[in-house]
Design a protein around this ligand. Structure first.
Ligand SMILES: [Zn+2]
Length: 384
């Protein structure tokens, strides 16, 4: 089967549902997307390897050329869940509306893969001195399990990696980490008329909240990075549930919070600092305090400003590299030895929303930029 034209590739990828979600009822396999990409890339002569990360969840690594070095063009094959009733068009059917293509995943970010193919096609007759790797991961929108599995396997990938998340074609070299954590306090209920009959989880939680707010103030004084719109680390007390009736001593109380560390802050150290505050509160109130992440942390990410890839992307895009507020798979690719940036054609403002779109005007500049990157890392010699 010959490779379909660009728009048909977009349409086929959008039509292959690949929602990933922490709620099992909404979670889907990404098999259909991976199979399409493997078919097309295999057709172009790339060597395709798929890895089943979890049942029905696959990573794809396609390569052209071999040896060390080279370029990784990476993206995730999954999308967030959608509410079809809020869309004006079918989210799984690519539609052209004015100067945009609309559909679930056009911007975030299945649409990146056809643009890579478009960039690559005219270069296929040339000798690849260093490899081009095209990586499609699973479960970025839920657990980042695909990128984590890759990082855990530890196989070096390439000299440079570009992740095509929506950045409006501006290079991104920093983002904060994402941690979502839960503290659960187990006390003992009893009649409210006599505090000696129980151990209040709610009273203990009051001290926990106080301790978290003090830690936050301390971290915000210690860490500051003006590259970010919100230059400090943040800690949001997201939700709390506890107790039932006013005349019962509260036996159980749980808090969930979100922590966004700056580059340079280590999630494990932050957790250790929190744990150190919880132990004396548990002892004082005679309650049990369990503290655990809701999912593994996405580490903060920073690629130094002077890196070859950052400089090159700044020159090719015409924009200085900056920071974004969302987390990506970049720290995992960095762990595998790649200089890494995030740079893609979509706009983050329309991602995760009904009517997600890609502006047609972004297509050609993206294709040209990707072609330059491939030429730089794969076609020219290491010293040219
Ligand atoms: Zn994304």
């Amino acid at each position: 089967m010959p490779l379909p034209p660009l728009k048909e590739q977009f349409a086929a990828l959008i039509a292959a549902p690949s929602v990933s979600c922490t709620q099992p009822a909404l979670d889907q396999s990404n098999r259909a997307v991976i199979e399409l990409l493997a078919l097309w890339l295999g057709d172009l002569g790339l060597r395709c390897e798929t890895q089943e990360v979890a049942p029905g969840k696959f990573n794809l690594l396609a390569s052209l050329g071999s040896g060390p070095g080279g370029l990784v063009l990476a993206g995730h094959s999954d999308t967030v869940p959608y509410d079809a009733a809020l869309w004006d068009s079918d989210p799984l059917r690519l539609s052209e509306q004015g100067d945009r293509w609309v559909g679930l995943g056009v911007c975030d970010m299945k649409g990146f893969f056809p643009l890579i193919i478009e960039a690559l096609r005219p270069l296929l007759g040339q000798r690849f001195r260093q490899p081009l790797l095209i990586l499609a991961t699973c479960d970025e929108e839920s657990s980042m399990a695909g990128a984590r599995a890759l990082a855990a396997a530890g196989r070096p990938l390439g000299r440079a990696a570009v992740i095509g998340e929506p950045t409006g074609l501006k290079p991104i070299r920093l983002h904060k980490g994402v941690m979502m954590e839960r503290i659960e306090i187990l006390g003992q209920s009893g009649h409210s008329s006599d505090p000696g009959l129980g151990h209040s989880a709610l009273e203990a939680m009051h001290d926990v909240l106080d301790a978290l707010r003090r830690l936050r103030a301390h971290w915000q004084k210690e860490f500051h990075n003006p590259q970010f719109g919100v230059p400090q680390p943040t800690l949001n007390l997201g939700c709390i549930h506890g107790g039932d009736n006013p005349n019962r001593i509260c036996g159980q109380c749980a808090l969930e919070f979100d922590l966004r560390p700056l580059p340079g802050m280590d999630p494990e150290q932050l957790r250790a600092a929190i744990r150190a505050k919880l132990a004396p509160i548990a002892a004082q109130h005679q309650v049990r305090i369990d503290f655990a992440p809701l999912f593994p942390a996405v580490p903060p990410f920073e690629q130094p400003a002077h890196s070859e890839l950052v400089r090159l992307a700044e020159r090719l895009s015409g924009h200085a590299a900056g920071a974004v507020a969302f987390g990506t798979e970049a720290p995992y690719l960095q762990q595998l030895g790649c200089e890494t940036i995030v740079l893609g054609p979509g706009d983050i403002a329309c991602a995760h929303q009904p009517g997600e779109y890609l502006e047609l005007a972004r297509i050609q500049p993206t294709v040209e930029l990707l072609r330059e990157l491939i030429a730089h890392y794969c076609l020219r010699g290491p010293d040219s």
